[in-house]
Ligand binder design. Structure first.
Ligand code: DQA
Length: 154
């Protein structure tokens, strides 16, 4: 059983009502419930956290290292485009992660087209709404299984 953490950045608590043309009608709670069911069915433990605060997100990442979290799914939201501090936290903890976005930043304003995370992520999934998270979790679980097989066969 692997430990997976899904971390959501600022304003994502408003999903379902916030700019629905970009982010859809599904609430954060509903997304978390779907992901938890998907992970549990595969025998993994998954927790979800959301914060508006860069410092809380950094503390959560440090704690993930202490807790031996195996994999992260991270939607840094607006911090995607601004936060060197969160990037540094990701590099410091060195837990593999997939960067997720509900919307496709490349179809939006130019300032959304730079991410501080994409070059250090295992992968990036964006533009598919809730499915971005579901596909990220599917990929994360495959990555975990591949890593586990490599560890046992070496
Ligand atoms: C987002 C895209 C970001 O540009 C934006 O600031 C968000 C959400 C997404 O999921 O599409 O808050 O990360």
């Amino acid at each position: 059983m692997a430990k997976i953490l899904v971390l959501h950045g600022p304003n994502l608590n408003l999903l379902g009502t916030r700019e629905t043309e970009h982010y859809g009608h599904t609430s954060l709670n509903d997304i978390n419930t779907l992901l938890q069911a998907q992970a549990t069915a595969a025998g993994h433990s998954l927790t979800c956290q959301q914060s508006q605060s860069e410092s809380t997100l950094i503390d959560t990442l440090h704690q993930a290292k202490t807790d031996n979290t195996d994999f992260l799914i991270f939607n840094p939201a607006a911090f995607t485009h601004t936060s060197v501090a969160l990037r540094d936290a990701m590099l410091a903890i060195a837990i593999p992660f997939i960067e997720v976005h509900l919307s496709n930043p490349y179809q939006r304003e130019p300032f959304r087209q730079h991410s501080y995370f994409s070059d250090i992520a295992k992968g990036v999934i964006s533009g598919l709404g809730v499915q971005s998270y579901q596909l990220a979790l599917t990929a994360a679980m495959q990555q975990i299984a591949t890593h586990a097989n490599q560890t046992t066969s070496s």
